[in-house]
Design a protein around this ligand. Structure first.
Ligand SMILES: Nc1ncnc2c1ncn2[C@@H]1O[C@H](COP(=O)(O)OP(=O)(O)OP(=O)(O)O)[C@@H](O)[C@H]1O
Ligand SMILES: [Mg+2]
Length: 326
């Protein structure tokens, strides 16, 4: 039950992995993953905690050796060409990985040396200006706010002008204004031809991506252009507004044609795969006083809820079958 758009991309490819697998002891963290990241896109890499995003990104960077599969990043083999890949990609780790006790300038200078940036002084001045960090250049990194730390980390990842940026949950714990600024920067970069792979938990960020890859327990559930995901999911959605939504949700849950009932602010979003059955389920509410039933295009969020739910149920059914067989 994977939604995938299997048509090969028209243009050049930044990252391609096939059958990528990584195990830690008895845990298969990444399980036969196929991914193609076309050049120049914002590629959203989604999945709940522990689904294997960081492990996958580290393998793409040549920082972690896979146990199976194959892959190329910017044309370099992820098994053998780690050093070449590291020189060419910008990687922003999930946790702040710069030196907390060094100043902003010292951190950037250190990174510039690591990457062997030529004309370091000029590049540093340029990047400090580009990221609005001049006034904070002498500030100790550990004393920066979350948003400024994130901006510094992004500046550091861009010092050597990589063609590919791998961003691992870059906006976690950052306030909405800083997140907006961050996404503006990301979009600006892709306009200049940089490819960006970004992992996130935020659904409003998923909407900003050109392409979505959604994984759960190391396996791919969705892999398609973001705009196509709702249609490919086959889900239909209705929105119900009214008071006492909790009671309404209880009534609707489990009804024929209703696959899921999700609360969105002051409304319920009811989704199902069979449009007719869904309409029949919500029809009685159309005439109920104080309740409004509206058509609504299915959004990414409904699709994600549906897939996580379905995968969880599938896994439970598998476990139950295993227990029965034992
Ligand atoms: N070095 C390791 N040793 C043992 N288990 C690991 C190791 N690294 C990751 N794992 C496990 O592999 C699974 C995938 O982890 P990973 O960090 O890739 O997930 P993630 O999608 O990045 O999660 P999060 O959203 O929390 O960052 C998890 O169950 C994790 O505990
Ligand atoms: Mg992670």
């Amino acid at each position: 039950m994977t939604i995938a758009d299997d048509s090969p991309p028209d243009g050049p490819i930044a990252v391609e992995v096939k059958g990528l697998t990584k195990t830690f002891g008895s845990l298969t963290a990444v399980d036969g993953l196929d991914m193609v990241v076309p050049e120049g896109v914002i590629y959203g890499f989604l999945g709940s905690n522990g689904s294997g995003k960081t492990t996958t990104i580290r393998m793409m960077c040549g920082l972690l050796t896979p146990d199976g599969g194959e892959g190329r990043t910017l044309g370099y083999d992820i098994f053998t060409d780690g050093p070449q890949i590291k020189q060419r990609v910008g990687y922003m780790t999930q946790r702040f990985s710069l030196y907390e006790e060094l100043s902003v300038r010292e951190n950037l200078d250190f990174m510039a040396r690591m990457y062997g940036v030529t004309d370091r002084r000029a590049r540093l001045a340029e990047i400090l200006e580009e990221y609005g960090l001049e006034k904070r250049a002498e500030q100790i990194a550990g004393t920066l706010s979350g948003g400024w730390k994130q901006r510094l980390a992004l500046a550091a990842a861009m010092l050597h002008k990589p063609k590919l940026l791998l961003l691992d949950e870059p906006t976690a714990g950052v306030d909405p204004a800083a997140r907006r600024d961050f996404w503006d920067r990301i979009r600006g970069m892709t306009r200049k031809g940089v490819t960006v792979l970004v992992s996130t938990h935020y659904m409003d960020e998923a909407v900003q991506c050109d392409h979505i890859c959604f994984i759960l327990n190391g396996r791919k559930l969705i892999d398609a252009p973001a705009a196509d995901v709702p249609r490919l999911s086959g889900l239909h959605t209705m929105r119900i507004e009214g008071s006492n939504l909790a009671a309404l949700a209880d009534e609707l849950n489990g009804q024929f044609g209703v696959e899921q009932v999700a609360r969105f602010g002051d409304a319920l979003h009811i989704s199902g795969l069979d449009a007719q059955a869904l309409e029949q389920a919500v029809a009685p509410y159309r005439s109920r006083e104080g309740v409004k039933v509206l058509e609504r295009p299915t959004g990414l969020e409904e699709v994600f809820i549906h897939f996580i739910d379905k995968a969880t149920k599938d896994a439970a059914a598998r476990d139950a079958a295993k227990e029965e067989a034992a």
